[in-house]
Design a protein around this ligand. Sequence first.
Ligand code: PEP
Ligand code: MN
Length: 262
Amino acid sequence: MITELFPSNKSKQNEAPFVIAGPCSVETPEQLMTTVGQLKKEGISWIRGGVWKPRTRPGSFEGVGEIALPWIQAAKKEFGVKFAIEVASANHVELALKHDMDMLWVGARSTANPFTVQEIAESLKGAKVPVLIKNPINADLSLWQGAFERFQKAGITDLAAVHRGFSNLREQVYRNSPMWQIPIDFKRTFPEIPMICDPSHIAGKRSLVQIIAQKALDLSFDGFLIESHHQPDLAWSDAAQQLTPQALGEMLKNLKTRSIHF
Ligand code: PEP
Ligand code: MN
């Protein structure tokens, strides 16, 4: 169960948070191997990487697709890490499970679509893999709650929530408004569901990632999903917000332990 990966509530004060880190997108076998190797050196053993990337506007990089799955299997074998990828259809789920992915996540654009959520939930029946459900792209608490209800009704209960912020109407300091009240309200209705923060997609700039991560720790979030790339400025997607593995390790060391509780 995913809950076993998080520091237990009693000892939360002193334990390091659970961290999943890795590139926004899996780009090439070389990029993946180098980034994962460097993350492993920083003590990260759960890796993320987008293979299929639903984008808001056409023309942006939408992921290399299925060919990345054997590259991920090779990186898992080489470094002994676990891997999480995004799925946006039943076909993605089938391919991900066939290629030994250890965790799946539903992206913000998919959470906003109940038919997509239903399709993914049903395709996971009987699977053992934990699933993260990101908040919907817009500030709609009910859609997020509804996605969890759909999964639970399909018998999928190994779940965690990811707060990745909400679309802004106009340019703001953060790429996506954190609106911290929404994950806090979510937690009141689903107290048993772990809450992970994705500071990368909230911040949008690498200089702001630590501020968001610290706030999440102060609010007793259970862990992080963070973007990290060995050459962030050359990344094929979300270049501005990715940290090098070394900068990520440094940032995690600088975070202060939790102070406030839900
Ligand atoms: C991502 O994790 O790279 C991503 C596209 O996230 P989101 O669905 O939160 O926009
Ligand atoms: Mn991204």
